[in-house]
Design a protein around this ligand. Structure first.
Ligand code: TYD
Ligand code: MG
Length: 452
């Protein structure tokens, strides 16, 4: 007989407990425990009906085919995936509702169908008409695209087995439910069960599967974070909904490098690639205004120029305010301490606001010198030359240290018309780039002497 077991599961992190608790001991969130009744039968987790031809194999006996990866023909997406869609891979695409996950995947379908690849799009969120309307708007008309609006897992798996497509898209994981579990669709145990079943199908049949998952702050629906360890690749689609650009970021990738990003812009005809994000990030930059400088950070293998802004204003209270948007707060406080102690700037009576323009989040150390110069520029109320790019890591004694991939960063700056580059002296050895003046500095005070 089936054994009934009831557990309390944190909807935020998936922590399980035998009794209800107000606060989750694992993730410290409040009111996240929900009772879920599990029916444990012997074969819930063994999908015997899936035909998996799997045997232990010697490494040397494993054959590699060239076409194991399929290009999506969206080069920004390919880059984030590590070069294309891997056969039998399971990819989770997470992001806030309304950010454009369905749009991106539907556009991907168009290109896949163009390469004679069968795609099955399972939607539990929208009706066939709604998807068709969106497809018309995006001018997607793949003959090989099959739509299926279903939320029952076993029916979805049946359809996958019948149609045998190369690529399956499940939109979204929170709407699909398994009959074996009594808790509501979208709860942690449902989401886990559905994902593990889909994974077995993906690996067994060699179907590349994309799973859409919404992230919600309140944790009303189980976040896809509990799935991250199960899937091969985790992509997050980020961006401010009001602004038109979107950043697709690989958080985990078994088939490529993480930290690669793809930049898109949401237009009325869907998402468009932004092949040159540096240019995009710098549009609308105020020229010759104090507190604004340009630095170059690396996003994966790609250099990207970003604007760092700082605003120093006299404080009205005893305690000055310090905020950092888009970068690490503690790092900013540390850099301000370096400026106070080593340069002698009296920042204690100033509120300070540091911002990375464009809504990016950067924690790379090469940003340090940029932040220092932006703060100094706003403090002195002297603008920095708008054709100068500043990069370097700042140490606690005020020294400027070398950074990685300096050449790539300088070339990118040169490409965008920058004339001067301030960088650590350690980096300028063996550098041979003309067309841009490279100034090597040893410490913060030298860098400040160059710019003011
Ligand atoms: P959608 O892909 O439905 O988001 P998600 O699946 O992540 O929830 O994207 C919906 C948003 O995108 C919606 O706010 C409208 C906008 N959008 C456009 O601006 N242009 C378009 O061509 C499309 C299809 C959507
Ligand atoms: Mg959607």
């Amino acid at each position: 007989m089936a054994k009934q077991k009831s557990v309390f599961v944190c909807q935020e992190c998936g922590n399980e407990s035998a009794k209800w608790m107000g606060q989750c001991p694992a993730c410290k969130q409040w009111n996240t425990f929900v009772e879920e009744v599990k029916i444990k039968t012997k074969n819930v987790h063994t999908n015997n009906d899936i035909d998996i031809k799997n045997k232990p194999k010697k490494l040397s006996c494993i054959e590699m085919n060239e076409e194991e990866r399929v290009s999506t023909k969206i080069s920004e997406l390919d880059r984030v995936l590590g070069g294309g869609i891997v056969k039998g891979s399971l990819t989770l695409v997470g992001g806030d509702p309304g950010i454009g996950k369905s749009t991106l995947l539907l556009q991907m379908c168009q290109y896949l169908c163009g390469q004679d690849i069968d795609v099955l799009y399972i939607s539990g969120e929208e009706s066939l008409q709604q998807i068709k309307m969106r497809a018309d708007r995006l001018e997607v008309n793949g003959e090989r695209l099959t739509l299926y609006t279903e939320t029952n897992l076993s029916l979805c798996i049946k359809a996958i087995k019948e149609l045998q497509p190369r690529v399956v898209i499940v939109d979204s994981i929170q709407t699909i439910f398994s009959d074996d579990i009594t808790s509501a669709a979208g709860s942690v145990s449902q989401v886990r069960e559905v994902t593990s079943s889909l994974m077995k199908v993906a690996k067994g049949l060699g179907v590349s599967t994309f799973i859409v998952g919404h992230v919600t702050k309140e944790g009303a629906i189980a976040g896809p974070r509990v799935l991250e360890h199960m899937v091969d690749t985790v992509l997050y689609f980020e961006g401010v909904r009001s602004a038109s650009y979107r950043v697709l970021r690989a958080v985990k990738n078994r088939f490529g490098s993480t930290n690669e990003i793809g930049v898109f812009e949401m237009r009325d005809k869907g998402l468009e690639e932004v092949p040159n994000p540096s240019e995009y990030m710098l549009t609308g930059r105020p020229l010759n205004s104090p507190g604004s400088i340009v630095t170059c950070c690396m996003e994966g293998t790609r250099p990207m120029l970003v604007e760092v802004q700082a605003l120093m204003s006299p404080t009205n209270f005893g305690m000055p305010r310090r905020t950092a948007t888009g970068t690490d707060y503690n790092r900013v406080v540390l850099l301000m301490a370096v400026l106070e102690k080593k340069i002698g700037m009296q920042l204690a009576s100033y509120d300070s606001y540091v911002n990375i323009a464009g809504g990016l989040k950067i924690t790379e150390p090469s940003l340090d010198l940029g932040i220092v110069c932006a703060i100094a520029s706003s403090f002195k109320n002297i603008p920095v030359d708008s054709k100068t790019v500043i990069m370097g890591e700042v140490g606690l004694t005020g020294e400027v240290r070398g950074i990685t991939m300096a050449e790539k960063r300088i070339l990118e700056s040169k490409k965008l018309g920058f004339k001067k580059c301030i960088i650590s002296k350690a980096n300028i050895k063996n550098l041979n780039i003309d067309g841009i003046e490279i100034l090597g500095v040893e410490n913060v005070s030298q860098a400040l002497n160059y710019i003011f």
